[in-house]
Design a protein around this ligand. Structure first.
Ligand SMILES: Cc1cc2nc3c(=O)[nH]c(=O)nc-3n(C[C@H](O)[C@H](O)[C@H](O)COP(=O)(O)OP(=O)(O)OC[C@H]3O[C@@H](n4cnc5c(N)ncnc54)[C@H](O)[C@@H]3O)c2cc1C
Length: 563
């Protein structure tokens, strides 16, 4: 243990490859900085995987007078629709109006008008108000009692937020960033009151025993990948199980989401608490009687919070809750009361649904990295984000809050700050103009194999224009065209692509955050053996590794499946 290895100096080290860290890395690398990103798990494996998956202006923030945040969010929504149209798509939302609701017809109408005004010049259509009969034509399953009508408006949905994070990382790597996953920052290094780097350990990734790591390079025969220095987990030569390493840079960005305070505690200075996280949970349910065709945003009777029922990935995403959280950030799971709340409220809004626990395919929960405040109700804590300079440690900045929606503008502001601190000339930020990798135009020169309509459809939603790189694998080996998950139409080539070209280190990375098969109706359980078999055949995994990886996968998703 504790073998020290130093890696090259960087301009900036980013701790955390969630959406914020990934966005900052992309922007910084595009502006010519030498960037290192470290994450204790996989890319996008933290809070960024646990959201409602909306790219939204934040209609509800209007209630709290956060006009600036709404304006920024709406601008960013348009931007993401442009730079990532394969991942971020318009979503129609129906907002029913009920007689005794806290938010009456006039409040909703006023909110809609304000939303339209703030959206002025943006691409999505304006709101419409619907009569009762028009509302029921759109959503026949809605509870008719006391229904006064509805508002219809547009926001956007990022069906696979995990891939939005990944594509930011891929873009950062394309521009020279170094990204190391399963690398836990243990300590911030301080010299004369200034941060000067980090000490991190390369952690054992799930499913691995020492012998796997030692032999993995030979087993898989994978070349070191661009962006990962040779010697990093599983990609190249043997490593000690928990190699301690040091990386240096004059600036460190703590983008560890809800774990920010844990990272700060390692600097040896007293720092006041920055994060006051609230937990939010979602249910995933198969299409049910009365299920709407478009998303519904409706006030819950119990606590008057609005919640969503959203068509998502062939099923429905229902959520969320908003509860102060003080527990273990690495073991967040849904509680019985949250399940009961979401089922009860859904059954009230759509009486024919008659949902109970048996209808739940799986659940997921995460902790919003919101700013710490002592005495506010969870739902009224601001959703604004802050770049907090450490008062006692120069050049250490923590990202507090920040949504998927506003990650790009947050990154721009952060990189402006980094450049100022480094005293560098300021290249202009272009992240709002340049497409993410899956939206880049590809110039085909070879004819690519034809795939089924189902597979083509998923490729467009998951890989965008990167699909051609996946398809090219089939041109070399026809057997990679075989479907291994009939529900989604996922093919063997995707497993190979995830490991060879998208920095997956484990089967969980591959299924949950690359191929998205882990978000199918069985949470990937009906495909895990087949996927491991593909890795055995095409990536040279040993039988031992296959067993370890499938067990680790089952373990990782066990907290999503109700017993
Ligand atoms: C229930 C819920 C619903 C939401 N819905 C929406 C929505 O619809 N739209 C929207 O825009 N936003 C939504 N959000 C907010 C959004 O998801 C988060 O604010 C955002 O994903 C935070 O990203 P992040 O990069 O800051 O944190 P994370 O995604 O948590 O990333 C932090 C990373 O830091 C890593 N890390 C932690 N400690 C260390 C360490 N010591 N060393 C190395 N790495 C470390 C973690 O592994 C993690 O990958 C929602 C959030 C929740 C919880």
């Amino acid at each position: 243990m504790a073998k020290e290895i130093s890696i090259a100096d960087f301009d900036v080290i980013v701790i955390g490859a969630g959406i914020n860290g990934a966005g900052i890395a992309r922007d910084a690398a595009m502006r010519g900085l030498k960037v290192l990103v470290l994450d204790k798990g996989d890319i996008g494996g933290g809070t960024s995987s646990w959201s409602t998956r909306l790219i939204h202006g934040g209609l509800r923030y209007l209630e709290h007078g956060e006009l600036g945040l709404v304006r920024e969010s709406l601008r960013e929504r348009d931007c993401l629709l442009n730079i990532a149209p394969h991942l971020v798509r318009p979503l129609q939302i129906l907002l029913p109006i009920y007689k005794h609701a806290h938010r009456g017809g006039w409040t909703i109408r006023a909110g809609m008008i304000a939303y339209d005004v703030l959206s002025f010049g943006k691409s999505l259509p304006r709101h419409r108000m619907l009569s009762v009969s028009e509302t029921l034509r759109q959503a026949p399953g809605l509870n008719r009692e006391d229904l006064l009508g509805a508002a219809v408006y547009f926001d956007a949905q990022v069906e696979f937020a995990e891939r939005l994070v990944l594509e930011n990382v891929l873009a950062a790597i394309e521009h020279g960033a170094t990204v190391i996953t399963y690398a836990h920052v243990e300590r911030l290094l301080i010299e004369n009151g200034k941060v000067c780097g980090v000490e991190y350990s390369v952690v054992q990734s799930p499913g691995f025993k020492k012998q796997d790591r030692v032999s993995r390079g030979q087993e898989g025969g994978l070349p070191p990948q661009r962006g990962c220095p040779a010697g990093d987990p599983g990609l190249a030569p043997a490593l000690p199980l928990r190699a301690q390493r040091v990386a240096t840079a004059p600036i460190v960005i703590n983008a560890a989401g809800p774990w920010i305070d844990q990272v700060l505690m390692t600097s040896g200075a007293d720092s006041s608490r920055l994060i006051g996280g609230t937990k939010g949970s979602h249910l995933v349910i198969a299409p049910f009687a009365g299920a709407p065709d478009s998303a519904i945003y409706v006030e819950a009777e119990t606590d008057r919070r609005p919640f969503f029922i959203i068509p998502w990935n062939g099923n429905y995403l229902i959520g969320t809750t908003d509860i102060r959280y003080h527990g273990d950030l690495d073991r967040v799971r849904i509680e019985a009361e949250e399940i009961e709340y979401l089922l009860r409220e859904t059954n009230r809004v759509i009486p024919t649904a008659q949902l109970n626990r048996a209808h739940i395919l799986y659940t997921y929960s995460g902790v919003r990295p919101l700013p710490f405040v002592n005495d506010k109700e969870a739902q009224s804590i601001t959703r604004k984000r802050f770049i907090r300079a450490s008062p006692q440690r120069d050049n250490l900045f923590s990202i507090v809050g920040g949504k998927l929606t506003t990650y790009r503008s947050l990154a721009q502001e952060t990189v402006d700050l980094i450049l100022k601190r480094l005293g560098k000339n300021k290249p202009t930020c272009t992240t709002d103009q340049v497409a993410l990798p899956g939206a880049m135009v590809q110039h085909e020169i070879v004819e690519l194999p034809k795939l089924s309509e189902q597979t083509n459809h998923r490729f467009a939603r998951i890989y965008g224009t990167r699909s051609s790189a996946v398809k090219k694998l089939i041109s070399d080996d026809f057997s990679l065209g075989e479907i291994f998950d009939p529900e989604t139409g996922a093919i063997a080539a995707e497993v190979v692509f995830a490991f060879k070209s998208e920095f997956a280190q484990t089967l969980s990375d591959c299924l949950l955050r690359r191929t998205m098969v882990g978000l199918n109706s069985t949470c990937g359980l009906d495909a895990v053996e087949a996927a491991a078999g593909i890795a055995q055949k095409h990536l040279g995994w040993s039988a031992h590794r296959v067993a370890q990886e499938t067990a680790a996968y089952r373990n990782e998703i066990s907290r999503r499946i109700l017993r």
